[in-house]
Design a protein around this ligand. Structure first.
Ligand SMILES: [Zn+2]
Length: 62
């Protein structure tokens, strides 16, 4: 026989893992959509929409 406390504990654990999953998914999707391009020449980490490196001017895409 299951106690009410056990049901609540299982439920909160389920919500905890759903929360972990959702946060992981949001972080992953955000990173996938806006990857900060790292310059292949000088290793500078540039802004997501940058076309050229802010440090050395090396082309980041294409
Ligand atoms: Zn660079």
């Amino acid at each position: 026989m299951t106690e009410l406390a056990d049901i609540l504990a299982m439920r909160s654990a389920t919500y905890y893992w759903i929360g972990v999953f959702v946060v992981s998914l949001v972080v992953f999707v955000t990173a996938a959509r806006n990857p900060n391009p790292r310059c292949r020449r000088c290793k500078e980490l540039n802004r997501p929409m940058a076309m050229y490196c802010a440090q050395c001017g090396h082309k980041l895409r294409g």
